[in-house]
Design a protein around this ligand. Structure first.
Ligand SMILES: [Zn+2]
Length: 155
């Protein structure tokens, strides 16, 4: 959970997976209430109406270390690569290769989607999923206080 300031939220320092040092990122999230997905049953266009009315754009500042940043990018690249390979297999009619490629693609997507995401949004607060256990351990102490200034977090 993180406090929102306007449309911005700031996570404590440390990689959101392993709590090591890393580079600070700013990511733009678009969030809609989960019930709006019911409208998808009526088609994408029907979904667009509540989507446009209720969507919220939040900027989250977080830290990610080199290792987890690379892992995330590799997983996305692997997913696209295997997707392209599947298309090639369809064109070349290499259907025996498709199943392992499909499995590989699903695994890549699972790994890639295990990144920071918003699960819930409340008044001035957001709930985030995808953080690692090392990072979560640090959260209760942080929640009890104000957002720490970088110079105060020595150690
Ligand atoms: Zn990390």
């Amino acid at each position: 959970m993180a406090d929102l300031q306007g449309n911005q939220a700031q996570l404590p320092q440390g990689c959101y997976k392993c709590n090591r040092q890393g580079s600070i990122k700013n990511k733009r999230f678009v969030w809609v209430p989960p019930w709006t997905f019911v409208f998808l049953l009526g088609g994408v266009f029907l979904m667009a109406i509540p989507y446009l009315f209720f969507k919220r754009i939040v900027r989250v500042q977080y830290t990610v270390c080199q290792k987890h940043n690379t892992r995330h990018k590799l997983a996305i690249a692997a997913a696209w690569l295997s997707f392209s390979a599947i298309i090639c297999c369809i064109i070349l009619e290499l259907f025996t290769l498709m199943l392992p490629l499909l499995v590989f693609m699903v695994v890549s997507i699972v790994v890639a989607s295990d990144s920071l995401r918003i699960t819930k949004m409340g008044e001035g607060r957001i709930w985030l999923a995808g953080c690692g256990p090392e990072f979560r351990k640090l959260l209760p102490a942080w929640q009890a206080s104000e957002i720490p200034s970088p110079k105060g977090s020595g150690g």
